[in-house]
Design a protein around this ligand. Sequence first.
Ligand code: ADP
Ligand code: ZN
Length: 620
Amino acid sequence: MPAEEVQERGREAMSEPTLEAARALLRRHHGHEDFRLQQAGAIEALLAGRDALVLMPTGGGKSVCYQIPALLRPGTGVVVSPLIALMQDQVSALAQIGIRAAFLNSTQSAAERRATEQALREGALDLVYLAPERLLMPETLALLESIPVALFAIDEAHCVSQWGHDFRPEYRQLSVLHARFPRVPRIALTATADPRTRREIVEALALQDAVCLVSSFDRPNIRYHISEGQNARERLWDFIEQAHPQDAGIVYCLSRRKVEETARWLSERGRVALPYHAGLDDATRAAHQARFLAEDGVIIVATIAFGMGIDKPDVRFVAHLSLPKSIEAYYQETGRAGRDGEPADAWMAYGLQDVITLRQMMQEGTAEEQQQRIQQQKLEAMLGLCELSTCRRQALLAWFGETLDAPCGNCDNCLQPPQTWDATEVARKALSAVYRTGQRYGTGHVIKVLRGLRDDRIERLGHDRLSVFGIGDALDEGEWRGVFRQLIARGLLAVDAGGYGVLRLTEASRPLLRGETTLELRKRASSGRRQKRRAAAVEALAPADQALFEALRALRLRLAREQGVPPYVIFSDATLRAMAEHRPADEAALLEISGVGQQKLERYGQAFLDEINAHGVKLA
Ligand code: ADP
Ligand code: ZN
């Protein structure tokens, strides 16, 4: 970094840094015009010396929240992260934008660690990344006490939660930071939303006085698409061919065997497709992951073992060849697409066989009965989302307690409304049966009553004498289950939290019962309907700009290879797309492009300008 800049930063830090100064750094280093989501709020809190809790979806831009205050406050920012494998990439990416960062972890030699410690003592680092177990070592804490610390950033903060999927006991001990560094502001960050996890973070990390910043969990750039039916693999190929012929993506399958088969199948069709599952040895898995990160356009075919901690912003599609176990899992897995904010697809094809397999896996699992029932209900909710004929995003967000006022216009159901049938009468029968049996039973029992089937319980309860007994024998069990899932997915029936699946009517079901509204349900898909769509990221470009976009990508890949860094560390897809579109003619114009900061301009500006020039600068 140039000496003037160090001085300038020092001055900024001494004269009470402001959001204005922060914005100037965002422009200079990151090349972004302004803050988004809760970034400004988080930065203001830290600059004022307060703690912050930031909940932002994946790709929201959490790292800016601590990077910039670490530059503005005196001392080094300490980032606690469990993802040791990512630290090298994070540090290289920061070096690219002129931020001085290093890490301390167990993968380093003693000499490398000593060098970082020395740099810390000399005040030569803006940021240092540490795994929690390293931070908690007495000598590390002593070192940090001997230097000025700008802030502590606790990344992946949901790891303190015993309820979450990713509990790490060391995270519990991070409360020591509050005790030993009472004057250093702390910021905890996570993309895990639910209220229970949030409460646990606040308690375990003593963040009671923290400014709490929650962003919407909507991922508007992700286009959801779900279909049921035969030939899932052929349809996957159509989708990849048409929408993502050159893009990186992840394909999730339920079993290792299906992973292997699908990877081979895609490879035979000419794509670089690599398997990833727990049955492969560590070296192979690591090699496949490394290629996915380092090369353009690699497809990873994986069981759910893949994904946690994968920090690749330009994954353009996530495809499911089987049904996720729950809406949470679906949201998390699809959330790995489009972290850079550019258009991305979440595509899924499932068959009813998946549902049967999943149900069996749950029944054969070791979970207790109560837990099994909860798993079954989560699966039913997921199916409810699949069978929806209305906006997917509205339903998805509603599941997380958020309301989206209008249909999104960027899901399959919004774009190509599915064929439906008038289910008003059927739904009224279902609701009546729930009501007449006393709102005390689950779907299985109510369906038996509707279909007029007798068993011991029905006879004992006298439910075979109810007026609703046998009024629904026109539908079979599977069809009825579909109807109930839809009623639940649309909030016309509620499931009690007790785990027994007890159904109740809701406020929303009254108008339907009284005959004041109608209900349309999705028709079962006819198999194999093809969907034509071009790659969204390229689609947005005029044909003449697409060639330039591809040329810029090739240039980026070459530069990345030379330095041994992943391509997105050089420039994001969004930045390349903006270059192809606006065709800046000189450095000043290039700097206007989002993602081009001062340092990247100096390093790569000429190369990219030359490439643009070769394709012809745009005439006004
Ligand atoms: P997260 O950690 O929340 O998943 P990142 O910090 O990795 O997200 O940022 C995701 C992407 O968003 C990156 O490509 C980053 O450059 C971009 N980004 C971050 N802040 C902004 C901003 N204010 N304006 C535009 N892009 C931004
Ligand atoms: Zn929609």
